[in-house]
Every structure is written in structure tokens, then in C-alpha cells.
Design a protein around this ligand. Structure first.
Ligand code: MG
Length: 158
């Protein structure tokens, strides 16, 4: 088995759709980024690459790469899981935390879990999503940023 850790943060700016875990949620601002700025999915991708010691998301998807402009981050996740599978591993489970002051994300957990589980070809029971506010502290607490942390456990496929 191998375990990996991922972390990501994006600024939240007016004029961008609020995308998290492949889901667009109505809100007055959204994550800035070269892709769709999906911090949760980026953290999961980095957890998968970390478990394989395969570097990080920036090496696989260079920030200036025109083919990644505005990309749906679930496509990055699909590429990451294809690398995991090619290395002979499958996902045992994912656990993640989103740190965000607003909007309230708990009503969307199930759909986010389904999105990620579907791309990873695992059961929804293998994908855990939680969220916290930052108690009003710092940039995240002021609603100026969103962050996410994720761990991925991989097991050797037989
Ligand atoms: Mg990112």
C-alpha cells in the first residue's frame, strides 16, 4: 500500500464560477486559476501523485500549458488515475477536507463524492469529503480564498 497527501489553495474572485469537486455551485465569486480552479480536485490529484512519488500536479499539468486553460479538473483527475492504474495500483480510499468560509458545502457532499468516485472508478463509500470554515480568520476566513487537503491510500491491484 502507498499513501499520498495533497494540498491546494485558490483565491476567490468575482466573475469566476464556484467549482469544487467537479460541481458548479451558485455563488458570487469563484476560484481564480489557469484551469477551473477546483482546489479539492487538485488536492486529490496531488495526493495520488504523492502516493506514487510521481511529483506534483504542476509537473503533469504545467500552469502555462494552453491545453489546460479553463480545463475541467476532473479531466486532470482522470489522467492521474490512469497513471495510478498503469503503475499497478488502485484507490483504497480518499479522505479530504475543504476549508472555505462560504458557501455552505455540506448540502453538496454527496454529489461531489459521486463525481470523484466516478472518475476514480470506486464506490462512493471510498471517497470522504468534509469541510470547515476558518472561523473568520485570515484570507480564507475573509472569503478571499478556498483551500483543500486530501489523503489517498492506494493498494496494489491483483
Ligand atoms: Mg490548484
Amino acid at each position: 500500500m502507498r499513501v499520498g497527501l495533497g494540498y491546494d489553495l485558490h483565491r476567490l474572485v468575482v466573475g469566476r464560477p464556484f467549482v469544487i469537486g467537479g460541481l458548479s455551485i451558485p455563488f458570487d465569486r469563484g476560484p481564480e486559476g489557469h484551469s477551473d480552479g477546483d482546489a479539492l480536485t487538485h488536492a486529490v490529484v496531488d495526493a495520488l501523485f504523492g502516493a506514487l512519488a510521481e511529483g506534483d500536479i504542476g509537473q503533469h499539468f504545467p500552469p502555462g500549458d494552453p491545453s489546460c486553460a479553463g480545463i475541467n479538473s476532473l479531466r486532470m483527475l482522470a489522467k492521474a488515475i490512469s497513471i495510478v492504474n498503469a503503475r499497478g495500483y488502485r484507490v483504497a480510499n480518499i479522505d479530504a477536507v475543504i476549508i472555505c468560509e462560504r458557501p455552505k458545502l455540506s448540502p453538496h457532499y454527496k454529489e461531489i463524492r459521486e463525481n470523484i468516485a466516478s472518475v476514480l472508478s470506486v464506490d462512493i463509500s471510498q471517497v470522504s469529503i468534509k469541510s470547515k470554515t476558518n472561523e473568520g480568520l485570515g484570507e480564507i476566513g475573509a472569503g478571499e480564498a478556498i483551500a483543500a487537503q486530501a489523503v489517498a491510500l492506494l493498494e496494489k491491484a491483483d
